[in-house]
Design a protein. Structure first.
Length: 69
């Protein structure tokens, strides 16, 4: 399961996602293999939560992933 994070400085969504199973913060960096795996897994149906902990629907997830680099 993955969860979007908020910036500690601005309290806004930032380019990071938290892998709750591995307890790993993943930057939205196309060169990062964890980032590539994150995109692949959520497009295949892995759960993604917004920054408030609400589970996103697959269509919401697909739309969000489409905005990423």
């Amino acid at each position: 399961m993955y969860q979007l994070t908020k910036s500690n400085r601005t309290n806004e969504d930032t380019p990071f996602v938290y892998d709750t199973l591995r307890q790993l913060t993943i930057p939205f960096d196309p060169d990062n293999t964890d980032y590539a795996n994150f995109k692949k897994e959520v497009l295949a149906g892995a759960e993604l939560q917004d920054a408030d902990g609400n589970v996103m629907t697959q269509s919401e997830t697909d739309a969000f992933i489409a905005t990423l680099p």
